[in-house]
Design a protein around this ligand. Sequence first.
Ligand code: NAI
Length: 452
Amino acid sequence: MAKDSYTDFVNTGFGKKITKALGLPQPARLRRYRPQAPVIEGPVVLLGSSGVTDALADRLLGWELDVRRHVGPREKIAAVIAVFDSAHSPAELSQTVLALGGLLKQLRPSGRVITLFRSPDQTEDPAARAARKGVEGITRSLAHELRAGGTANGLVLQEDLDPSAPSVAAALRFLLSGRSAFVSGQFITVDSVNGILPEDWALPLAGQVAVVTGAARGIGAAIAGTLHRDGAQVIAVDIPDAGEQLAAVANDVSGTALQLDITADDAAERILTHAQQHYGRLDIVVHNAGITRDKLLANMDPSRWDSVIAVNVESQLRMNRTFLNSELFNRAEDTVGPRIVSLASTSGIAGNRGQTNYAASKSGVIGMVSASSAQLQARHGTINAVAPGFIETEMTAKIPFATREVARRLNSLNQGGLPEDVAETIAYLASPAAAGTSGLTLRVCGQNLIGA
Ligand code: NAI
């Protein structure tokens, strides 16, 4: 991983003064998740008045948070949750949004703004849809405006969905906590009341068995570590050439290692056999293994094109078919359905020069996930994708210095994310509580300024 010395420098007293005077980016030290720490420290202000606000207040009080409807003009606050549930036209947004604006200068470092509204797609009324889409615009723009590690994200509820549903709680907790440190300007949709709250929020994956592909290093190793920390047993998969590193990761997470190439025809069968023999179950599949073989399309050769498509998307399609037809991954008696989480990329959303092959594979993953959602829902399961932006890994450390320095600053948080940030989002989507969120691609990119 390449060291981000600039962020270290900015966060010294002298560095802050100089870089501010020169108008340079101000990357903050982000608040990240620690299992024993409170979800968030300081007052959480709820704006808007409806049954939804009351339900959220009850939930937050249950987590022993300092919930307020009003705060003094000089009081520091940790988060604002703005509920736009009852806006039926854009003109009705103003009261809540201006109250939100009035609080922003009081937001602590790594503060949180969460907007909550009903799904725009679920109303045919032009004024109501305009209001709901308006909240998207507010949220994205505000995410660009926040400083000091603050983030703004939206929570989008299906029409009539009960706001006390477990998946609303899971999303709210994820967005308030340090787990979402590098997620900003994004929207989490909750479509059903399914979901089971954990007995212990520090172990949301207790009793679950997860397989992580490409686990020998980078983001995959971080995913294995995070799922293990959250209570899951982990099967770490990678190619035989990475055997030694793979064994070390498996050892670190008290899991098991399985050497295989995910493009092999029998890859899924081998994973199922391994899971059956060692654990007697399989609950979570994380398709993380991926490769890049960058070339401008004018210079593209068949081996670069085919290998990227084969590893990054065809293998996942093939493996999912086998998993979904297996009894091990679909236990009828189980109320917690299976979870699949795939790695996409912001290149699959915005495109990237030299990456037609990679972007095709990652856009493909986004399509696969949305089209597979109904199949998973029929099994009480979910399938989602995570699209990382610039993440500090061996892959990005190889980018020449000047290009890397520009790429890592071009987001609202002015820094690269860590593999752990991607892993936290995956752990959240894989949890039994998040059963109402499926078919989604959630970006972990600090709100990339380039592309969508
Ligand atoms: P990495 O190159 O450090 O690790 C990928 C792992 O996958 C390696 O251990 C490799 O041996 C394994 N792998 C490759 N082909 C395999 C195969 N056929 N069978 C089994 N294992 C295989 O990559 P990194 O950076 O950790 O990325 C992980 C995922 O995140 C990839 O899907 C990547 O496309 C995606 N991603 C990464 C970003 C970043 O900034 N690093 C940004 C966006 C997406």
